[in-house]
Ligand binder design. Structure first.
Ligand code: C2E
Ligand code: CA
Ligand code: CA
Length: 904
């Protein structure tokens, strides 16, 4: 029984303290540590094991004094008289001493009190009053032999009972109290048996008390461990809740909250107690739940099934959305009665935000912020799969930057990135809300326009985009100019699947680039064969490089005044195994796109130098250098090697460079000029005036020669044309800078005369010679004085002949009558159609199977001038011939006829 009492007594207070500690921790108060529950140190062998709570004297012991007095007075009442004074005095002293019980209790419980002092306190507080009381009753009995013995026995038994009750589980104190109270009577009886029995009882009691104390000690330690574990769990949970990593909740069987972490109750506004009883579902904005059907929280709560990681929008009323991940499971008691739900929650907001960030990254191009390839293809897919047919029309622009690679290669990637950002901005601005703009990667962009648009609208937009993107950019203080090409495909006309549309827009883009870049091109089914042809050409070009299928031709460059050959321009020739001779203007761009330009360029340099080694010392050779070669830092070494291998001096080699290398007027370009000059080669600025011309760099770059493009020469002889004036100013500029000038593409005597008067130092053109192969070149060089004579037509304008001949004009399926008034190889003046708009294209039908396309150049009243798309020829009898196929020519008699009626 004593053991049970011990258990009960010990069980209650420590649990309260653990809960209090947990609550304090939950409220953010610190300082409740596990040590707080450990026993205080310094007690003796027994008390030390007892711990601070386990005292020798129980609190109730304070009841003993009144009990003593009452029992004594009851004895007096039963006896009918007070005993002798000595007995009464002893009882009084015992009672007074017992009434100091609280003092002893207090004394004993002072922290740090020694075990000996505590045992003395027990002897004085419990033992002494009991001995005195026992002695008082014994004297009373001895003095009143007539009083039945049972009265005294019952008084002693009663007080012993009260002692045991008030001392409760303090077994040692109980043994001491019982021994003390009975000792006087035992001694007074003089019975050895009684004394021995009492002694034995005391010893046994003492033994039992010590044993019990030990058992209690073990039980208590066990209990403390349990408490510590509990407290630890409490604190860990509290910490977990406090750090905001997660929180806990519990509901009753009706779904009302019975527990909620204080962190969450605070978020919801109020204490944890305020939330208790509220429906669990009130914690969430239920409409915002994303899952459907079975996966909803309500479903699980109703079905009493457990759920994991449900994303729920928190009903915290905060401005910013908060999301929780909620897990829970139903709780049942041992009789399988449903008690409610218990579970945990954690904050999803950050995770969701980073998920959104990730999905943004997955959908948008991080550099430009435009939609990326994935997002664009999704957009296109969505349009093409729209439920209604009429919503599926769209247009795709494929856009590729021209010369972007050069900027990236020469100015570095950061500059390239900066450029792409500006391009993205301009593109977005130009397209506006007409369409969606995306970057597919590298310098590839895409625009998707929803709905039907006329070709005209699309063409206008494409032109605007190219124009805006071709304006100069400022990158790190440098001026950079690039271009753009656009391929356009429309759905449903050009395809109804995204693959088809994209492929066709790509093909159109290739075609645009093929047309010389900076233009747009609509998809055309013929492009498929073009693309195939291009792929084939690329393969053939690779074969040509490895099989020696390329050849260098040389075109003489002639000194204007002495008419002697000063050098040659080396020009690539490729005799294609199937297509025959192929123009470098066609295969050089392919070589540049595919990187084949590097081996081709190096081969040209080596071959030109090797051939030059056999030619007279005064003759130079000029080799064309692609901007891509120019961007290669190894170029000076390649040039040096070629010169060294052929043993020719560097000043006999001229490198022709086009203006596009200045698009990025950065340090690397300048360094390349310096390096090439250090090698000792001459530099010529090729195709001057065709590209993006800035005279500024002429001052900086160490050119030895400017080559005036043939487009300036062409037309310079036509009266009123300003090309002559331009050539003249280029010549003066070059002279001022001590540079030579070469006029390119001189074909006629008139042009030659003019160039001479304009003062160009050198001339290169068919008027002296077409490009020649090595043997022909060496034949030309066999003349010791290297002289050469001009040989060509006087003027470029083909002779016109007058005629009256009825013909038909066809335009968009309609036929019109007209009359030829005069005609040349290149065009004709017609009569019979009024106010025809310029640039309209007709088909001129000379006979059923003899027609040629022609563009209207001008129109005046009923007369119009047209330019033929193909040169026509007249045979000796004046019949018109149009080349058709390899050699076939159709002849029509050009018989003069009367003028015919006018057709409006
Ligand atoms: P380019 O550097 O402007 O070369 C001059 C072009 O004009 C040559 O065309 C030449 O045959 C042509 N030409 C010369 N005189 C006349 C004339 O009186 N009338 C006409 N109508 N044309 C004339 P070609 O050989 O077809 O070369 C075209 C372009 O291909 C060259 O233009 C050059 O840019 C490029 N190219 C040629 N060879 C090489 C090479 O080895 N490397 C590089 N990177 N490009 C080359
Ligand atoms: Ca050239
Ligand atoms: Ca040229």
């Amino acid at each position: 029984m004593a053991r049970n009492l011990v258990r009960q007594d010990m069980n209650t207070p420590p649990k309260q303290s653990a809960v209090a500690a947990a609550m304090a921790a939950a409220n953010g108060r610190k300082g409740h540590t596990v040590e707080a529950a450990t026993p205080s140190k310094g007690h003796g062998s027994i008390s030390a094991v007892s711990g601070a709570d386990f005292f020798l004297i129980a609190n109730d012991w304070a009841m003993i004094a009144p009990a003593m007095a009452v029992i004594y007075l009851l004895g007096v009442w039963a006896e009918g008289a007070f005993p002798a004074a000595n007995a009464t005095i002893l009882a009084c002293v015992a009672t007074v001493l017992a009434s100091f019980a609280r003092l002893f209790i207090k004394f004993e419980r002072v922290p740090g009190r020694s075990s000996v002092a505590r045992h003395w306190a027990m002897i004085m507080g419990v033992g002494l009053p009991m001995i005195l009381y026992g002695a008082s009753i014994t004297i009373w009995h001895l003095q009143s032999p007539q009083t039945p013995f049972v009265l005294f026995i019952s008084m002693l038994v009663t007080i012993g009972l009260v002692t045991s009750i008030t001392l409760k589980d303090r077994l040692l104190a109980v043994v001491m109290a019982q021994t003390s109270i009975w000792s006087s009577l035992a001694i007074a009886s003089g019975e050895l048996v009684a004394i021995v029995t009492l002694g034995l009882g005391s010893v046994f009691g003492l033994f039992a008390a010590v044993r019990q104390t030990k058992l209690d000690h073990i039980a208590q330690q066990h209990q403390q461990q349990l408490e510590r574990a509990l407290l630890r769990a409490d604190e860990i949970l509290a910490d977990y809740e406090q750090t905001g990593q997660g929180w806990f909740w519990e509901t009753d069987r009706r779904g009302g909250l019975t527990y909620i972490s204080s962190t969450i109750s605070k978020l919801l506004g109020g204490s944890a107690e305020d939330q208790l009883g509220r429906p669990f579902t009130d914690l969430f904005v239920m409409e915002a739940t994303e899952q459907e059907g079975e996966r909803t929280l309500l479903f699980h709560l109703n079905a009493r099934s457990s759920f994991h990681d449900l994303a729920m929008r928190a009903a915290t009323g905060e401005a910013e959305e908060r999301w929780w991940s909620i897990s829970g499971r139903p709780v049942y008691d041992s009789y399988s009665n449903f008690l409610g739900f218990r579970g945990s929650g954690s904050d999803l907001t950050e995770k969701r935000r980073s998920e959104q960030q990730v999905s943004r990254l997955a959908q948008y191009d991080s550099l430009t912020g435009l939609a990326n390839r994935f997002q664009m293809s999704q957009t296109l897919e969505k349009i093409l799969n729209a439920p209604h047919l009429e919503h599926r029309s769209c247009t795709v622009f494929m856009l590729d930057l021209d010369r972007f690679k050069q900027v990236n290669d020469t100015m570095g990637h950061p500059a390239g990135d900066a450029l792409l950002k500006q391009v993205a901005e301009r593109l977005q601005l130009t397209v506006g809300n007409m369409g969606r703009v995306g970057r597919l990667g590298g310098d590839e962009f895409q625009v998707i326009l929803v709905g039907r648009n006329t070709q005209q609208i699309l063409a206008d937009l494409a032109v605007r985009v190219i124009e805006n993107l071709s304006q100069p950019y400022s990158i790190d203080g440098s001026r950079v100019t690039i271009g753009a090409s656009i391929g356009i495909a429309l759905s449903p006309n050009d395809g109804v699947t995204s693959e088809a549309i994209i492929r066709n827009a790509d093909l159109a883009l290739y075609a645009a680039k093929d047309r010389g870049r900076g233009v747009h091109h609509f998809y055309d089914p013929d492009l498929h064969s073009d693309a195939e042809e291009r792929r084939q050409l690329e393969q053939d070009l690779r074969d040509a490089i490895s099989n020696g299928g390329l050849e260098l031709y040389y075109q003489p460059v002639v000194c204007t005044t002495s008419e002697t050959i000063t050098g040659f321009e080396a020009l690539l020739r490729w005799n294609h195994p199937v297509n025959g001779p192929m123009s470098p203007a066609k295969f050089i761009p392919i070589a540049e796109d595919t990187g084949l330009i590097a081996p081709i360029g190096e081969w040209a340099l080596r071959t030109a130098c090797r051939d030059l080694a056999n030619w007279p010392e005064s003759v130079r050779v000029a080799v064309n250098v692609s901007p891509l070669q120019f961007a290669n830092p190894a170029l000076p070494a390649i040039v040096t090697n070629a010169l060294a291998a052929a043993q020719v001096s560097p000043n006999r080699l001229e490198l022709e460079i086009t203006e596009s290398v200045f698009l990025n007027d950065d340090a690397q370009t300048e360094a390349m000029f310096v390096a090439l000059k250090r090698v000792g080669v001459r530099l010529a600025l090729d195709d001057f005036g065709t590209g993006y011309s800035s005279l500024g760099y002429l001052k900086k770059a160490p050119f030895d020669k400017i080559k005036i493009d043939q487009s300036f020469v062409r037309g310079a002889t036509v009266p009123g044309n300003r090309n002559g004036a331009i050539i003249q100013s280029i010549v003066s500029l070059a002279e001022a800078l001590h540079m030579e000038t070469t006029a390119e593409g001189v074909e006629t005597m008139d042009e030659l005369d003019l160039i001479r008067t304009l003062g160009c130092s050198h001339i290169q053109g068919y008027i002296y010679s077409k490009p020649l192969n090595r043997e022909q070149t060496e034949l030309l060089l066999s003349k010791p004085d290297l002289s050469i004579t001009a040989n060509g037509p006087r003027s470029a304008r083909s002779p016109r002949r007058t005629m009256f001949r009825k013909i038909m004009l066809e335009h968009e399926g309609n036929l019109y009558d007209a009359t030829i008034r005069n005609i040349s190889e290149l065009g004709a003046m017609l009569e019979g159609l009024w106010d025809v708009p310029e640039n309209i294209i007709f088909s001129v039908i000379f006979a059923d199977d003899c027609k040629v396309n022609a563009t209207v150049r001008w129109s005046n009243d009923d007369k119009l001038g047209v330019a033929f798309h193909k040169r026509i020829e007249f045979d000796a009898s004046g019949r018109i011939e149009i080349a058709r196929g390899p050699k076939a020519a159709l002849a029509v008699a050009a018989v003069p006829v009367e003028p015919l009626r006018r057709v409006g």
